[in-house]
Design a protein around this ligand. Sequence first.
Ligand code: ADP
Length: 393
Amino acid sequence: MKNGKGQILVVDDNPQNLRVLGSMLKENGYRVALAENGIEAVKYAADKHPDLILLDIMMPEMDGIETCKHLKADDRTAEIPVIFITALTDTEDKLRAFNAGGVDYITKPFVLEEVMARVDVNIKRKEVEEKLKQANIELKRADKLKTQFLSLVSHELRTPVTPITAQLQMMLAGYFGEVTEKQKKSIEMVLRNTARLDRLIGDILDISKLESGAMKFVMAKADLNETVEHAVEIMESNARKKNITITLKEDKIPEIVFDKDRIAQVVINLVNNAIKFTDPGGTIDICLLNNTSYAIVKVTDNGIGIKKEDLERIFVPFEQVDSSMTRKYDGSGLGLSICKGIVASHGGEIWVESEAGKGSTFQFTLPYRRGIAEKNVKVNLFEKQVGNKLLEV
Ligand code: ADP
């Protein structure tokens, strides 16, 4: 509101009505402008942007409905709330008024308290809407900045990692002189941590690309059975180290278009989590199912499971069930959000069913027809997800 309670434009061909309404509004703290016909009103509104318009329906030449349609068709005036003044009691006429874009109506003869109440309510509503709109613009700007920041920082952080790793590897290979057993252990430890840092930076970079729609997908016809089998093979030695048994059951999936490496990344991530959160001696069952119009990949473990109240946040970046400094399992809380972004970019869905203490089933779909990752798909990864959106639709 520019100042005070705002400005109201009153439009009526009857000077008596204009006077009554005008003085009443002024008494209640509003600034008032008066117009005797629709043409004048449209022109005034485009120039001066009043906060609300009281508009008589029955006017010669351009009637109120027509005037309102003009106001709503012009970007400069479309957002100004219009309250109709009408002597009509016919429901059809009232509907016409709402259809033309009116927010409310007042019937003649006026009850002054009612007019004021309706004006006040609509002025308040407009104020709140404007604040919301502004907040939304600011949120979007902040969100864009966050994505740019993530991308910039991760690029800058990654640059020095490559030469650090190369120098350490040369050191380890004895290129700079003989290395003692103690030194070797120390260099290996630094190398392990550098690799971990590199993975973390890579994950942050993936998140920022998925969020901004800049992730490049290499889409080609490929064999999903082969991709899943290969991903499982990669994870088998990790499972063996924890004495965890992995089984794979698969339907034959028709050849479809997807990004082999990215989908393998999703499967590896889910199986890696299943191994991480399952005690030694446990089992992991992986199923690849052909569901007529899409494939489903299902990873079930009998590990620690997830409490109901934690289910909706684990797909959000940096969210972990246990985020304490002393937590038992390492990780950055980015894996599942990257999986969600990759699957969503393929037109699929990912979700989890779990019970604390019993185990978890993570599954994702890959549609056969919408197999091409849309260019510049932006995925809102920071939004919480409950259950399987695919089944809710
Ligand atoms: P992290 O790097 O922490 O594993 P993720 O995004 O992959 O990050 O997973 C987020 C959180 O979800 C994990 O920290 C864990 O609390 C929970 N989680 C993921 N997979 C499982 C699973 N198979 N069983 C139990 N909890 C899981």
